[in-house]
Design a protein around this ligand. Structure first.
Ligand SMILES: [Zn+2]
Length: 246
C-alpha cells in the first residue's frame, strides 16, 4: 500500500471480522472476539485532522462509505457534540470503528492534546504557599498577576462544568478535560462561557478581574483531580507536563 495518497480499505477485509466470530461456547467465543477486535483495530485507517478540514471534505477525499454523517457517527467521541467543530490534530477512524479502536484513538488524542497558558502574565502567589487567609491552610492554586479585563484562555479542550459566582472565588469557570482533570479560573470580571459548553485549547472563556475574596486583580488558577475543593494538584507542574513553558 502506498504511504502517500488516499486509499480505500478493501471491502474484503471486513469479511474476516465476521468470519472470526463464527464460534460457539463461552470461553471459546471470547478468544476469537478479542482476536477479531485486535485485527480490526490494526487495519482501521486513521486520519489526523488538519486546519481547514471539514467532515464532508475528509469523507469525500478518503472515500468514506456513508459520507460525513457516518464519519461523524464513528468518531463522535473524539469530535464532540458539534460536527461542525473539528479540531486540527484530532484522529479520526475511517470506515467504521470497532469500540476498542475508538477508545484507543481517543486515548492517544488526549495525550497529544495541545495545552496553553491560561493567561499571558507572570506568576504571583505560588501554589502551596502557607497562610491563614486560605481555608485549607495553604494556597490551592497558582496566581497570575494580571490587570482586570485581560483575556483568559481554556488551557486545553474540554467541557465547562460550571460558570458563574462561587463565593470567595468570585466569578469562576471550571472546565473538565479529557484526562479527567479540572481547571479552575477564579476572580473573573466577566464570564464568557456557560456550563455544558465545549471549549477548545486557547479559547477565551472570560476576562480577569478582582471579584470575590481578593486584595487586587489577578487570576487564581487551579488544577483539580475532582470537581471538589481540596483535590488540587500543582498547576504549573501540570502545565509543564503538557509542554507549556510557565
Ligand atoms: Zn490564588
Amino acid at each position: 500500500m502506498p504511504a502517500k495518497g488516499k486509499h480505500r480499505r478493501p471491502k474484503s477485509q471486513r469479511v474476516t471480522r465476521a468470519a472470526a466470530v463464527v464460534s460457539a461456547g463461552g470461553a471459546a467465543l471470547a478468544l476469537p472476539l478479542i482476536g477479531a477486535t485486535g485485527a480490526h483495530a490494526a487495519t482501521a485507517t486513521t486520519y489526523t485532522v488538519k486546519a481547514g478540514d471539514t467532515l464532508s471534505k475528509i469523507a469525500e477525499a478518503q472515500g468514506v462509505d456513508g459520507g460525513w454523517k457516518q464519519l461523524y457517527q464513528d468518531n463522535k467521541a473524539a469530535i464532540g457534540s458539534d460536527a461542525a467543530l473539528i479540531k486540527p490534530g484530532t484522529k479520526l477512524t475511517l470506515g467504521g470503528a470497532a469500540k476498542a479502536t475508538t477508545t484507543a484513538t481517543q486515548a492517544s488524542a488526549s495525550t497529544t492534546t495541545s495545552y496553553v497558558k491560561p493567561v499571558a502574565a507572570s506568576i504571583g502567589t505560588p501554589y502551596h504557599q502557607n497562610g491563614s487567609m486560605w481555608s485549607s491552610g495553604y494556597h490551592t492554586g497558582t496566581d497570575f498577576t494580571v490587570a482586570t479585563g485581560t483575556s483568559l484562555k481554556a488551557i486545553a479542550a474540554g467541557t465547562v462544568v460550571s460558570a458563574g459566582w462561587d463565593g470567595s472565588y468570585g466569578n469562576e469557570v471550571v472546565i473538565q478535560h479529557a484526562d479527567g482533570k479540572y481547571s479552575q479560573y477564579a476572580h473573573m470580571s466577566s464570564v464568557g462561557v456557560s456550563a455544558g459548553q465545549a471549549v477548545t485549547a486557547g479559547q477565551q472563556i472570560g476576562l480577569s478581574g478582582a471579584t470575590g475574596n481578593v486584595t487586587g486583580p489577578h487570576l487564581h488558577f487551579e488544577i483539580r483531580t475532582s470537581p471538589n475543593y481540596g483535590s488540587d494538584i500543582d498547576p504549573l507542574a501540570y502545565l509543564r507536563q503538557h509542554g507549556v513553558s510557565v
